[in-house]
Design a protein. Structure first.
Length: 292
């Protein structure tokens, strides 16, 4: 079918997109700025940042006084928040790769990860091996993969193999470790392993959102972390702050302090435009992150 024959009622030109926004009560002070921005950012991606700015009684129109610039600032804030979280998630991901590989190899040997009896679920282990082998094949041109294939006949010790799996697979792998192994992996965190299972699962989901430039502002978590009982009345586990809280609990003190400082600076920079409630923050959010 000729694309020009497709009948779509949504705006198809940048000018039409701006007109639709204005018809929905959005104020555009600088049409040149708006046009330039829409040429760089997909209209449908950008328009999602207006969802929290609509009238409660009429979701088709914006609240009075909302400007294009306001929406753009929400977009910019969200971009910086994703970058900040990705930077911190890197610390957690790398540490768990290291701890899991070290502890499992210490207990079961360098190739013990290939044996089902060293894990809790046979089905989960088979799925892990299948995904691992796919990732090794996809990484075939990486120097470390070629090295182990040439020198060791394709035998990859766990501390090498674990580097090719995703954060999501790492989360599943941790869940499938034997209980004693999990306890050893999380010993330095002083957090029961069953909480860490939930936290890694939720953080892997958040990382996926960030990696694909998804929206965090106004988002409800699809995969919610299980919170400590004493925190459940203080923190909603469906808000983005719940993920920020569990992320901070898995950071070591120096990184946690730096993270909180950076987060505070970001929130202050965009304080004029953001509603902390849309992220699940309370007035005592900083206290929640600093307390153990």
């Amino acid at each position: 079918m000729d694309p020009t024959e497709i009948n779509i009622k949504e705006p198809t030109t940048y000018e039409q997109q701006m007109e639709i926004l204005k018809e929905r009560n959005l104020i555009i002070h600088d049409e040149g700025e708006a046009l330039s921005f829409l040429k760089r950012v997909n209209y449908y991606r950008f328009s999602a940042y207006g969802l929290t700015l609509r009238h409660i009684s009429n979701r088709d129109v914006f609240q009075d006084g909302i400007t294009f610039h306001h929406m753009k600032m929400l977009y910019n804030f969200d971009q910086k928040l994703r970058d900040l979280l990705m930077n911190q998630l890197e610390f957690i991901e790398i540490e768990f790769r290291s701890k899991i590989a070290y502890q499992h190899a210490h207990e079961f040997g360098a190739l013990g990860y290939r044996h089902t009896e060293n894990f809790s679920s046979e089905g989960a282990h088979n799925s892990f091996l299948e995904e691992l082998d796919k990732q090794i094949d996809r990484s075939g041109r990486e120097l470390f993969v070629m090295h182990h294939r040439q020198k060791y006949g394709g035998e990859f010790p766990f501390w090498v193999a674990i580097e090719v799996i995703s954060f999501g697979e790492l989360s599943k792998l941790f869940r499938n470790l034997k209980e004693d192994t999990k306890n050893e992996v999380v010993k330095d965190f002083n957090i029961p392993y069953y909480y860490v299972e939930s936290w890694l699962h939720s953080l892997a989901y958040v990382r996926n959102v960030c990696a694909h430039y998804g929206r965090l502002y106004g988002k409800k978590l699809t995969i919610k972390p299980t919170l400590f009982k004493k925190k459940r009345s203080l923190i909603s586990n469906s808000g983005v702050f719940a993920a920020i809280y569990v992320l901070s609990r898995l950071l070591h003190q120096e990184n946690r302090t730096n993270f909180i400082t950076s987060l505070q600076a970001l929130l202050e920079e965009y304080a004029e435009y953001i509603d902390l409630g849309e992220l699940g923050f309370s007035e005592e959010w900083e206290k929640r992150l600093r307390e153990r």
